[in-house]
Design a protein around this ligand. Structure first.
Ligand SMILES: Cc1cc2nc3c(=O)[nH]c(=O)nc-3n(C[C@H](O)[C@H](O)[C@H](O)COP(=O)(O)O)c2cc1C
Length: 203
């Protein structure tokens, strides 16, 4: 049976979406079956309209395929991504995570392998605090938290050991280095989630 990976993210101007796609690609390369899903945009239209890039992103129709609780239940491994918002994850992503209480109460989220990623406009603007805040949810789920680490030489040059990340200030969209790190994160997630899932199925 293929390892099942859910990649779920929120994005308002497309950066996190590109990181999510690269992570999904890495997981697929490792042989996993992958679902790539976003979460609902809940900001009021007047707030979205204040930022032409946000408006253009919403108009491009990225919210056609939203993550459901069934996707989370299905997955052996989960990658969760959000842009950094005032040093933490976006409320839109948190709203989705806050619907998982029913699965949590039934113990359905325990033993999933979980990892997180982000993008912020500045290097010291909260990349790590966002990743760590997302990871706090994983601890409550009883998930196995998977950091990115420095295992691959590419990550020693460009990585963030806490989780894949991208500093967007001087670039319209994620660069080759960041996308490479996210791809490695996806490969690592698929591999480790596969080990755990095989062990659980063999019980
Ligand atoms: C309301 C708001 C809060 C933000 N807070 C931070 C922040 O705390 N630190 C930072 O470096 N960037 C911050 N940013 C910038 C975004 O994290 C950054 O532009 C990111 O690359 C956007 O990703 P996206 O295209 O997936 O939405 C903020 C942006 C918005 C709109």
């Amino acid at each position: 049976m293929n390892t099942r990976i859910l990649v779920v993210y929120y994005s308002s101007t497309g950066n996190t979406r590109k990181l999510a796609a690269s992570l999904a690609e890495g997981a697929r390369e490792a042989g996993a079956e992958v679902r790539l899903r976003t979460v609902a945009e809940t900001a009021p239209p007047e707030a979205i309209a204040t930022n032409p890039r946000w408006q253009a992103y919403v108009d491009s129709g990225p919210h056609a395929e939203l993550a459901g609780l069934d996707d989370l239940d299905w997955a052996d491994g989960v990658a969760v991504g959000s842009p950094t918002r005032f040093g933490g994850p976006a409320a839109q992503l948190k709203s989705y995570l806050d619907t998982t209480g029913g699965l949590w109460a039934k113990g359905k989220l325990a033993d999933k392998v979980a990892t997180s990623f982000t993008t912020a406009s500045t290097a010291h603007g909260g990349l790590e605090s966002t990743v760590l805040a997302i990871n706090n949810v994983f601890y409550h789920w009883g998930a196995i938290v998977l950091p990115l680490g420095y295992a691959d030489p590419h990550l020693r040059e460009t990585g963030n050991p806490y989780g894949g990340s991208f500093v967007s200030r001087k670039s319209a969209e994620p660069d080759k280095e960041a996308l490479g790190a996210l791809r490695l994160q996806g490969t690592r997630l698929a591999r480790v989630a596969g080990y755990v899932a095989d062990g659980l199925r063999a019980r």
